[in-house]
Design a binder for this molecule. Structure first.
Ligand code: EPZ
Length: 420
C-alpha cells in the first residue's frame, strides 16, 4: 500500500487547478443508462471511485472509452441487470444504478452497500420511494431485488430526510416513468442540480431545479439523447485546498472553481479571518496571520457541507480560541480526531460535537487514514506540523482527490508518495 510522507511546516504559493466533481460525476455516469446514444462526459476527475463505477457499467455490458479526463459511454449493450457485491462493497454510490436500470429494464439486482466508516448510511429512503413508484422490492441474501414489469409510475414522493444520492436515484427513475413525479424535500446540492440540468436539456422536463421540490415529467420508457457535457468543478476539493492555504498562512489560488458553490465554506473561512480575491473561476486566498476560532454545524446544501467538516477541524487546531464543530449528518464522522490528537491537537469529543482548543502546536508522526475526508484532514495537519508525518492507507484519498500529492508539491509542499 502507498503512503504519503510530508514535512512541515511549509508555506505554499502558486495556484492549483480544481478537477471535475466526483460527486457530480457518479450520478452523471449512472445517468447514461437512460440514454439511447453514446454519451461523452468531459472534465471527469481521474479518481478511483469513477473507475469503480465505470467498471460496474462495463460488467453490465456497457462499452466505455476513456479519453483525457473524459469518457464515452454506450449503454446499449447492457445485457444483465445485477450489480455484484464485489464492486458495490467498494463504493456505496453504486446504488445510483438502481433507479435508472429499474426504470429502463423493469428489473434490477443490486447488492446492499453495507455500512461504511462514517456511518450506517442506509438506503431505505431510496427503496421506499421506488416502491411508491410501483416497484416491488425484496431484500434477499444481501441483495436488493427490484422489479417493475409494467414500468414505474409517476407519483408524489416526500423524503423524510434530505438524501443526495436518494434524490439523484429517483430523478433518474422518474425520467423514464409513466406520468409526473414530484419529489418533496429534494436535495439541492450542485451535483444534483447538474444531473437535473443535463436531463432537462436532454428532453426530460424538470421543474424546480435547485429547489426542495422537483417535478419530473416521465418519458414512459422513451430513452433520452444526451449531448456531450462538462462536469462541474469539485467544490469539496476546492474547499480542501483553500484550507491548505489557510492552515499554512499562504497566498494560494485555486482555478477552475465555482465560488457560488462554496458560499458556506468561504463564509466560515472569512469568520476565521481569511480574506479572498475572486476573479471568474479563480479564488485567491491571502495569508491570514492569525486564524480565529469558529463554530460549525454541518447541514445539507447550501449550508456548511459535512464533506468539509474534517478539513475545518484540522484548520481549527491552528485557530486561537475554542471552536465548536457539530456533525449532524453522519453518526461516525470524527475518526480524524484521534489521529489529530496524536499529532498534538487539543480536541474533546462529546457525541457528535467536537471542541477544539487552539492554537495547538502539531508534531509530525505516523497517522492512519480512515475515510476519504478524514485523510485530507490529516494531510492538512501534516502541512503545518513540525517535522515528518507519514499518512498511511491513502487509498482512501485516491477515491476522491486527483493527484493530490502532485498538486500540493507544485505549490511548494514537501510531500511524496512512497510504498509501505
Ligand atoms: C452523498 O452521500 C455524498 N456522496 C457524500 O459524500 C456526502 O457526505 C453526503 O451526500 C451528504 O452530503 C455522493 O454524492 C456520492 P445522503 P449520500 O443520502 O447520498 C441518511 C464524500 O466524502 N439516509 O445525502 O449517501 C444518511 O444516513 C461522500 O464525497 C437515510 O437515512 O448521503 C445520512 O445521515 C461521503 N436513508 C443522511 O441521510 C437513506 O435512504 C444524508 O445521506 C439515505 C440517506
Amino acid at each position: 500500500m502507498d503512503y504519503l510522507k510530508l514535512s512541515g511546516p511549509t508555506p505554499l504559493s502558486g495556484s492549483i487547478k480544481i478537477s471535475g466533481a466526483k460527486n457530480a460525476s457518479l450520478p452523471l455516469i449512472a445517468m447514461t443508462i437512460l440514454a439511447k446514444n453514446r454519451v461523452v462526459i468531459n472534465n471527469l476527475p481521474n479518481v478511483a471511485d469513477i473507475k469503480t463505477l465505470i467498471k460496474l457499467l462495463s460488467n453490465l455490458g456497457s462499452s466505455c472509452e476513456f479519453g483525457d479526463h473524459s469518457i464515452a459511454i454506450d449503454t446499449s449493450g447492457i445485457n444483465q441487470t445485477k450489480a455484484n457485491y464485489d464492486i458495490v462493497k467498494t463504493m456505496r454510490a453504486s446504488i445510483l444504478v438502481l433507479g435508472p436500470i429499474l426504470a429502463r429494464f423493469g428489473h434490477c439486482e443490486v447488492s446492499l452497500p453495507g455500512g461504511c466508516a462514517i456511518g450506517q448510511r442506509p438506503i431505505d429512503l431510496h427503496l421506499k420511494a421506488l416502491e411508491h413508484m410501483g416497484a416491488k422490492i425484496d431484500i434477499e441474501a444481501g441483495y436488493v431485488q427490484a422489479t417493475a414489469p409494467d414500468g414505474l409510475k409517476g407519483c408524489e414522493i416526500v423524503f423524510d430526510k434530505i438524501t443526495v444520492t436518494g434524490t439523484a436515484n429517483i430523478v433518474m427513475a422518474a425520467a423514464l416513468a409513466h406520468g409526473t413525479t414530484t419529489i418533496i424535500n429534494a436535495a439541492r446540492e450542485p451535483e444534483v442540480v447538474q444531473l437535473c440540468e443535463v436531463l432537462n436539456s436532454s428532453g426530460v422536463h424538470i421543474e424546480g431545479i435547485g429547489t426542495p421540490v422537483l417535478k419530473i415529467t416521465g418519458r414512459a420508457g422513451q430513452l433520452v439523447e444526451i449531448a456531450p457535457f462538462e462536469v462541474i468543478p469539485d467544490r469539496i476539493e476546492g474547499g480542501t485546498y483553500l484550507c491548505a492555504g489557510a492552515i499554512t498562512n499562504s497566498e494560494l489560488t485555486i482555478t477552475g472553481a465555482r465560488a457560488d458553490h462554496l458560499g458556506a465554506v468561504l463564509a466560515k473561512l472569512e469568520d476565521m479571518g481569511c480574506r479572498f480575491t475572486i476573479k471568474g473561476d479563480s479564488i485567491t486566498l491571502h495569508p491570514t496571520h492569525e486564524l480565529k476560532a469558529v463554530n460549525i454545524i454541518t447541514q445539507e446544501y447550501p449550508a456548511f457541507p459535512t464533506d468539509m467538516q474534517a478539513q475545518f477541524l484540522a484548520l481549527a487546531t491552528q485557530a486561537k480560541g475554542t471552536s465548536i464543530i457539530e456533525e449532524r449528518l453522519f453518526e461516525n464522522r470524527f475518526m480524524h480526531v484521534s489521529e489529530l490528537k496524536r499529532m498534538g491537537a487539543n480536541i474533546t469529543l462529546n457525541g457528535n460535537v467536537a471542541t477544539v482548543n487552539g492554537k495547538c502546536h502539531l508534531s509530525g508522526t505516523d497517522v492512519m487514514a480512515t475515510d476519504l475526508r478524514a485523510s485530507s484532514a490529516l494531510v492538512l495537519a501534516a502541512l503545518v506540523a513540525e517535522g515528518e508525518t507519514n499518512v498511511h492507507r491513502i487509498y482512501h484519498l485516491d477515491r476522491g482527490y486527483e493527484g493530490l500529492e502532485k498538486k500540493l508539491a507544485d505549490v511548494g509542499a514537501s510531500v511524496e508518495r512512497l510504498k509501505e
